[in-house]
Design a binder for this molecule. Sequence first.
Ligand code: AQP
Length: 338
Amino acid sequence: MENQTAERKKVIFSAIQPSGTITLGNYLGALKNWVALQDDFDCIFALADLHTITVRQEPAKFRRNILEAYALLLACGIDVNKSLFFMQSHVHTHAELAWILNCYTQFGELSRMTQFKDKSAKHADNVNAGLFTYPSLMAADILLYNADYVPVGADQKQHLELCRNIAERFNGLYSPTFVVPDGLIPKTGARIMSLQDPTKKMSKSDENTAGFITMLDTPAEIMKKFKRAVTDSEARVYYGENKAGINNLMGIYSCITGKSYDEIEKEFEGRGYGDFKTAVGEAVVKELEPIQARYNELIKDKAYLEKCYSEAAPRAEAIARRTLQKVMKKVGYLPVAH
Ligand code: AQP
């Protein structure tokens, strides 16, 4: 009993939206780290399928995307014997806490979120309230599990900062309730850019499919996309200003091979962009091959997938419910008598 505190592993929480086929950006910015963290932390991962309907989804395709994303994450190495991996829509507590947190989040704070501005511009015909309050649902996701760390790509830094502010505000108004989480943003790979416009982040909902690599692209598609990647006219591989395309390819290559930028520059000294793009493409193909093979097996086994996510839901709910009850008591709600 005395050792319980000392032995408590730090808690990791992170989630990903099943809004389309997961990209190399999601993988290098987030998933690869999730897999690596599983041995040293108490890891809780979710498919953020409630967040996904902030952009209109076609039901049959959405249902397929959810199952495929679940299988793909298992194929990437999320191990259900080590980590809790569930679907957000199965744990009702997320929506309940999100409502409460909405009442502790200011209109001005939400208005400043870059993702809200970007997505409202992109979906001008559907600027819905869910898109606006996306960060308070994300805060609920994280805070329900007392997460110490949240491994995310750099694009989520602003949302995470808001989550910390909401938690501190609530703790300050009542008494310490939420663990205030820190972000875990990787040094390389935190922001993988579009292969067609390296000033924009690689995104699974990009209309230009040549801009992103999905985790299920064939080797031929991957090689073709890298060969067509937008670079510059200097034809010298080094990390520098005005070299967004090459910097991005170097980031991808470095993340996968573990080589530093100096080593990459030496490796491609005196060689053209053609050679470099081929090497990056081949490294990505090699990284994705075993994941794709595992995915092709898993997606055939619907019963296994169903068993995994169905067993995870009540386990997640049990943890989340405890936090929600604590919050509701502090706010002043009366519990049901048993
Ligand atoms: N380009 C990226 N580089 C590095 N990390 C990235 N992430 C997303 N894009 C990149 C990280 O992936 C995790 C899951 O992201 P998400 O699916 O929940 O949401 P998103 O950031 O909105 O991803 P997309 O691909 O851009 O989806 P759509 O197009 O549907 O909006 C997060 O940790 C994120 O940082």
